[in-house]
Write a protein that binds this ligand. Structure first.
Ligand code: ADP
Ligand code: ADP
Length: 222
């Protein structure tokens, strides 16, 4: 099992942002994580990536508990946050080299950066500053940084929000491509996004899991 989430609960004050949420994802699975704004999607993703801790429950990546082993499991996870903290003054390549440095990729750094530039379609843009790029290209940079250390699991928090139709198609295709070899958890509040990209949908509302199903059967029920 690539990603196992068991009975995850998180409170902000008196309010439960997540209430006893459990699901598991296999290698090579792209799961849509659907729910309205405020449902708890970002909170779950931040716990999975180790940015915040849960009040109860566990997250395991490839059999290792995220909360207990810290850095080792983080290396198995790639994360594109909803509000990706990109640095507008940095050049694309410079930023990716910086991220590669944080993962201590050493001698592999240069080839990984070049490979990610190519695979995410940044070949024509990597000499630009991040601030000069369109939103679609900034999302490619976001994907490149999330994939640079070759993680097993990729966590994407609303990666297609605010893209124009062309950019949307391109980013979707990239995610589908990546999903052939990695486990992807992809959050959105739009069902169409799930239909376009995912074979499985996990739905939360008010911090509770309300459905976990293959998309076809779920659509059938609705
Ligand atoms: P989603 O990503 O599905 O929009 P979030 O995980 O961001 O949902 O939020 C779930 C709930 O937790 C919301 O009610 C939100 O207002 C609340 N929340 C999220 N982060 C915090 C925080 N840092 N402090 C207090 N409440 C928060
Ligand atoms: P989202 O909740 O979808 O991640 P937002 O723009 O609503 O996006 O929230 C931005 C940041 O503020 C997030 O890091 C989130 O955890 C935090 N946040 C959300 N709701 C609250 C809240 N009620 N109180 C404090 N922080 C919050």
């Amino acid at each position: 099992m690539s990603l196992s989430i068991q009975q995850l609960t998180k409170y902000y004050g008196q309010q439960a942002a997540l209430n006893n949420v459990s699901f598991e994802l296999h290698a090579g699975e792209i799961a849509g994580f659907l729910g309205p704004n405020g449902a708890g999607k970002s909170t779950l993703m931040k716990i999975v990536t180790g940015y915040i801790s849960a009040d109860a429950g566990t997250v395991s990546v490839c059999g290792e508990k995220v909360t207990e082993t810290g850095l080792e499991t983080r290396r198995m996870i790639g994360y594109l946050p909803e509000h990706n903290p990109l640095y507008p003054d940095l050049y694309v390549k410079e930023y990716l080299q910086f991220v590669a440095g944080m993962y201590h990729l050493g001698k592999q750094s240069k080839s990984r950066v070049d490979e990610m530039i190519e695979r995410t379609g940044l070949t024509g843009e990597y000499k630009k500053r991040i601030g000069q790029l369109s939103k679609g290209y900034r999302q490619r940079v976001g994907l490149a940084q999330a994939l640079i250390h070759d993680p097993k699991v990729l966590i994407l928090d609303e990666p297609t929000t605010g893209l124009d139709p062309n950019q949307l198609t391109e980013i979707r295709n990239l995610i589908i491509e990546v999903g052939k070899e990695k486990t992807v958890l992809f959050s959105t509040h739009i069902m169409q996004e799930v239909k376009a990209i995912c074979k499985r949908v996990i739905i939360i509302n008010n911090g509770k899991l309300v459905a976990d199903s293959t998309e076809d059967s779920l659509l059938h029920e609705v």
